[in-house]
Design a protein around this ligand. Structure first.
Ligand code: NDP
Length: 248
C-alpha cells in the first residue's frame, strides 16, 4: 500500500491486539507502539507476550499492557471483565485488531473433526464477536475508533480442504458487514476487514510446509495498511474488505 504513516500517527491511542505474541499480531503491536500507541497485548502464551512487551519497552515506546487470555475457553463474562479493566485503566479504546486465529487441520469437510470444527469457530468467530460486543461501549468513548477483522483469501473465495478456517473467515466478513451497517449512523466507529495475504509466519508454514518461507514478505513488511486503518487517516473507510497485498 502506498501510504507512509507519520511517526506520531497513533499518539495517545489505546489499541487492543489479539494474538499479539507472534506473527502478524506481534509485528502489528510493535508497529502501533512505534507510532505512539499504548497497546494492550492479548494472547494465550504469556512468555511470548512478555517478549513483545520487553521489545516495546526496550525501544522506548509507550508502556504496553499484557492481558493473557485463551480465546478458546473464554466466556462472555471473561470479555466483560476485560472491558471493565480497560475502562478502569484507560477509559476508552481507539482500536481493536482481531488478529488471533487458529488454522485447524486442512481436510475434506466429509472427514472434518467435529470437535475441531467447534474449536476453530470458537476462536476465529465467536471470540471476536464476544470481544467486540464487550468493547463497543469503550470504542464509543473514542473520537474515532477502528475495528479491524482479519480475513484471508479463503474467506473471500472458498477452497477445498480449508474447512472451518475458511468458513470462519467468511463469517468474520459477514460480522464486519452487519456491524458496519449498524454503527454507520450514530457512532464514529469504523469497521473493516483486512486480508494480510501470504505472510511469513508459523501459521503459513503449517499450511504450506513445502514452501520456501523466504519467498514471502515478513509481517513487518505489510504493516502500512495496518497503521493506516488504526490511524485517523482512514476515518472515512468503513465497511470495506481490504487487502494488504495484491490478491493472487
Ligand atoms: P500465527 O500462527 O503466527 O499467530 C497467530 C496468533 O494467534 C498467535 O499469537 C497465537 O498465539 C494466537 N492465538 C491462536 N489461538 C489463540 C487462542 N485460542 N487464544 C489466544 N490467542 C490465540 O499466525 P499469523 O500471524 O500468520 O496470522 C495472523 C492472522 O492473519 C490470522 O487471523 C490469520 O488467519 C491471518 N492470515 C494470515 C496469513 C499468513 O499468510 N500468515 C494469510 C491470511 C490470513 P500463540 O502464539 O500462543 O499460539
Amino acid at each position: 500500500m502506498d501510504y507512509t504513516a507519520t511517526p506520531d500517527l497513533l499518539k495517545e491511542r489505546i489499541i487492543l491486539v489479539t494474538g499479539a505474541g507472534d506473527g502478524i499480531g506481534r509485528a502489528a503491536a510493535k508497529s502501533f507502539a512505534a507510532h505512539g500507541a499504548t497497546v494492550i497485548l492479548l494472547g494465550r502464551t504469556i512468555r511470548k507476550l512478555e517478549f513483545v512487551y520487553d521489545e516495546i519497552i526496550q525501544a522506548n515506546h509507550p508502556k504496553p499492557a499484557i492481558y493473557p487470555m485463551n480465546l478458546e475457553g473464554a466466556s462472555p463474562k471473561d470479555y466483560e471483565d476485560l472491558a471493565e479493566i480497560i475502562y478502569k485503566e484507560f477509559g476508552r479504546l481507539d482500536g481493536l485488531l482481531h488478529n488471533a486465529s487458529m488454522l485447524g487441520k486442512l481436510t475434506p469437510l466429509e472427514h472434518y473433526d467435529i470437535n475441531q470444527w467447534y474449536q476453530v469457530l470458537q476462536v476465529n468467530l465467536n471470540a471476536p464477536y464476544m470481544l467486540t460486543r464487550a468493547c463497543l461501549g469503550l470504542l464509543k468513548q473514542s473520537s474515532d475508533a477502528s475495528i479491524v477483522f482479519t480475513s484471508s483469501n479463503v474467506g473471500r473465495k472458498g477452497r477445498a480442504y480449508w474447512g472451518a478456517y475458511a468458513v470462519s473467515k467468511f463469517a468474520q466478513e459477514g460480522l464486519m458487514q452487519v456491524l458496519a451497517d449498524e454503527l454507520e449512523q450514530n457512532t464514529s466507529i469504523r469497521v473493516n476487514s483486512l486480508n494480510p495475504g501470504k505472510t511469513r509466519t508459523k501459521m503459513r508454514s503449517d499450511a504450506y510446509p513445502g514452501e520456501n518461507p523466504n519467498t514471502l514478505p515478513a509481517p513487518d513488511e505489510i504493516m502500512n495498511i495496518y497503521l493506516y486503518l488504526m490511524g485517523a487517516d482512514s476515518r472515512s473507510v468503513h465497511g470495506q474488505a481490504l487487502d494488504a497485498q495484491p490478491m493472487v
